[in-house]
Write a protein of this length. Sequence first.
Length: 202
Amino acid sequence: MVNAGLTVTDKQFGNNPITCLRCPTCGILTTTWKFEQESEIYNIYKEYSYSSDTAWNIPEATYYSLKNIVLAMERYRKLNRWLDVGCGAGALLKVLTRLNWFAEGTELSTVAVQRLSAQGFTVYHGKLSQLNLNPSSYDVVSMIELVEHLFNPLEDLLIVSRLLRPGGILFNYYSQHCCPALPLVWCKGYLESTFSFMGIQL
């Protein structure tokens, strides 16, 4: 990473200028700021509020996009099981259910888990490392705008590799925004080589 000649500020982090770095290969931006403890990230997302109804109003365009993603994964449907890690307000779970998948999610937000559970969805509360999920039990595991938020992504990816059945697939979509709240920003080449090294089909 090289200095990008830019700074960002965020009121959550004291509005102090934070230096931006740029990958010289792909141009993706990240910052020099990092969380010191994993518990800092966990506490932020544990209290992340989905109590506002606006968070649950999923635009029709979002449903359409997610439906196309799910249909593209159809050829991997053997066990009919899909795990959405960091499922948020459950937009993907709702699409999966409509398309007759047995869909489960994980989420740190207490409010989101409570609301989705009340709607009949199976959602596990906590980090992957805290959950006792059965190995080789999912056709697809999705991590949508998640991996860049993880304190130790390799730990979670190793768990994902165990949860996927042989021949299963990880669907990963990651943010490339320059945000000081993101503990890690992955450039495309590094992400692909890391997943390949771990034996995860991406």
